[in-house]
Design a protein around this ligand. Structure first.
Ligand SMILES: Nc1ncnc2c1ncn2[C@@H]1O[C@H](COP(=O)(O)OP(=O)(O)O)[C@@H](O)[C@H]1O
Ligand SMILES: [Mg+2]
Length: 292
């Protein structure tokens, strides 16, 4: 496994693998502090592709001014050991200046669908995400890039960017990996103290109740949302940021969940830590199997 810090080196290694060795490249973008969620993406990349590249980059442009950019957990030594264990071939770990050289002034914005949900709560967040992913895709030019369904809106926005700008890359979205309590794995779970970690299980518990109610025939979005809200409100350490039922592709708000699958998503503060989770309702068996 080689750790690469320079984007020129990353580009030339990737070009050689593609052109001279004719090998398929799978790419997993991360912000490090790796957990089983990331490693599930690495595992699938390893199974699908000849070469696996993982980036570790805490991207400043996707953090708001009052957010946790400086506090975000960083441990490249631990991450590298994990990636070596998972047979990663290249770790791309550039500095901020390497990704954003002096005079940097070009941003990628996916309009409309970047403004709701996470985008409404975190203005500018998705502009930072799409910009850095565009830079990484142009540097590596992978055949496949892997994302997690935990960040459902992010996956849809990146799919749109890749289609609109014709990036020669296929996107693979994989299911949410959870702890035993149901809590979706996240690097930000590192912030949770013991009682908070217990409290954080309420997100998945609440969404699971909605899933069960939906399966029992409740397709009224307001009533499903109310069920999630009342469940989360029973947890004193939890404070809801947003809770919403939206079309999975357009993020249009839904009143009923019938023909088209719906993304039921939440962002919740547990103490000072902001966590997200979601469930897709009304999807077909085939989509289920694909983790879409
Ligand atoms: N619990 C999880 N299950 C599956 N994929 C995940 C999970 N957590 C994060 N990911 C995916 O890992 C990639 C990198 O996300 P990152 O921001 O580094 O992780 P986190 O959100 O946990 O801090 C994203 O595609 C994200 O959706
Ligand atoms: Mg994240």
């Amino acid at each position: 496994m080689e750790i690469i810090n320079r984007r020129k080196r990353m580009s030339s290694v990737a070009r050689r693998l593609r052109r001279e060795e004719n090998r398929t490249i799978g790419f997993v973008p991360t912000m490090g502090a790796l957990h089983q969620g990331h490693l599930s993406l690495v595992h699938e990349a390893r199974a699908m592709c000849d070469v696996v590249v993982v980036s570790v980059f805490v991207n400043p442009t996707q953090f708001g001014p009052a957010e946790d950019f400086s506090a975000y957990p960083r441990d490249l030594t631990r991450d590298s050991a994990l990636m070596a264990e998972y047979n990663v071939d290249y770790v791309f770990a550039p500095t901020v200046e390497e990704v954003y050289p002096p005079g940097f002034s070009t941003y990628v914005t996916v309009e409309g669908i970047s403004d709701q949900l996470e985008g409404a709560s975190r203005p500018g967040h998705f502009r930072g995400v799409t910009t850095v992913v565009a830079i990484l895709l142009n540097t590596i030019k992978p055949d496949f890039v892997f994302f997690g369904q935990k960040d459902a809106q992010q996956s849809v926005i990146i799919k749109r960017m890749v289609r609109d700008l014709n990036f020669p890359t296929e996107i693979v979205v994989l299911p949410i990996v959870r702890e035993e309590s149901g809590l979706a794995m996240s690097s930000r779970n590192n912030y949770l103290k013991n009682d908070e970690r217990k409290a954080a299980a309420v997100l998945h518990r609440a969404l699971s109740k909605a899933r069960a109610a939906y399966d029992d025939g409740e397709h009224n979005a307001a009533r499903l949302i109310e069920l999630v809200r009342s469940t989360i409100e029973q947890e004193p350490l939890a404070r809801i940021d947003y809770l919403s039922a939206n079309d999975t592709d357009t993020f249009e708000k839904l009143d009923r969940i019938d023909e088209r699958p719906a993304l039921l998503s939440v962002a919740v503060f547990i103490g000072k830590t902001r966590l997200i989770d979601n469930v897709v309702l009304g999807k077909t068996k085939k989509q289920d199997a694909a983790g879409a």
